[in-house]
Design a protein around this ligand. Structure first.
Ligand code: NAP
Length: 261
């Protein structure tokens, strides 16, 4: 097992950890013995299951309902986490939404743009700012990190969900910005960039992608990504595997990002 005493004493916030990728990240960090603040938006039953998964894996869990798009909720998320577990060592910005309706670029409306940008970019941007300030108040803790869950949509254009692509492109620059600002403080910042992962978010397009992935070889590794694939990547970062890397993008996408001829 990769668990070490230093990891065991450490605390993580994982946003959107009730379901899908976030739950798998929380469980993988639980496997390192970490204390995990499981943030969720509305689905308390799913958050309870995520907490059980963390505890089963060997970690400790705290549930915090908070909408990452709201400043007061973000502040409460940090306060409740620190109140229960003490200083935060790892922030995983995972919470995200797809547009409610996939609409063509020339038809999509401002309301959907605002909703997607608020949750997928503005929320993580200002939560990172807030957690970074908090981390700077505790300079002696080792191996701190911020991990942003991006997407291949940062570079692959989907003209029926432009707002999602723009938000994820913003997350890529946000990673670079915070990495540059926080390197001197010993806080490394990463983007973990999933490919096509089987979760509730992709359930509506399952048949389409079954065909593209398995039959047409859209991804060189011909299978759906699993939430656990992302969890393992984040746990590697949390366990201190990349001490001399920051501003890095780690593709977890079955090789989708390669140009092939
Ligand atoms: P999901 O299954 O739909 O789960 C979304 C999670 O985010 C849930 O835990 C949800 O909480 C939470 N959430 C949504 N809005 C929130 C808000 N305003 N405040 C706090 N939490 C909120 O999604 P997923 O597929 O696991 O995606 C997770 C992340 O990976 C997202 O950033 C997504 O863009 C990214 N990603 C996914 C894929 C993919 O193929 N699935 C690919 C690339 C990137 P509730 O349970 O309370 O609703």
């Amino acid at each position: 097992m990769m668990s070490t005493p230093t990891v065991r004493d450490r605390t993580a916030i994982v946003t959107g950890a009730s379901r899908g990728i976030g739950r798998a990240i929380a469980a993988a960090l639980g496997g390192l013995g970490m204390r995990i603040s499981i943030n969720y938006h509305a689905n308390r039953a799913a958050a309870d299951e995520a907490a059980a998964a963390v505890e089963h894996a060997g970690g400790q869990a705290l549930l915090v309902q908070a909408d990452v798009a709201k400043a007061e909720d973000r502040a409460r998320l940090l306060d409740e986490t620190v109140g229960r577990f003490g200083p935060v060592d790892l922030l995983v910005n995972n919470a995200g939404v797809a547009p409610k309706v996939r609409a063509d670029l020339l038809e999509a409306n401002e309301q959907s743009f605002d909703e997607v940008l608020a949750t997928n970019l503005k929320g993580p941007y200002f939560l990172s700012q807030q957690v970074a300030r908090h981390m700077l108040e505790h300079p002696d803790r080792p191996d701190r990190a911020i991990v942003n869950i991006g997407s291949l949509s940062a570079y692959a254009a989907s003209v029926n969900r432009g707002e999602y692509c723009v938000a994820k492109a913003g997350v890529a620059m946000m990673t670079t910005l915070f990495a540059a600002r926080l390197a001197d403080a010993g806080i490394n910042v990463f983007e973990v960039r999933p490919g096509i992962i089987e979760t509730d978010m992709t359930s509506a397009v399952k048949q389409k992608y079954d065909q593209l992935i398995v039959e047409q070889g859209l991804t060189p590794i011909r299978r759906w990504g699993r939430p656990e694939d992302i969890g393992r990547a984040v746990a590697a970062i949390a366990s201190g595997a990349f001490p001399f890397s920051t501003g890095e993008v780690i593709n977890v996408d079955g090789g989708f990002h390669m140009h092939r001829l």
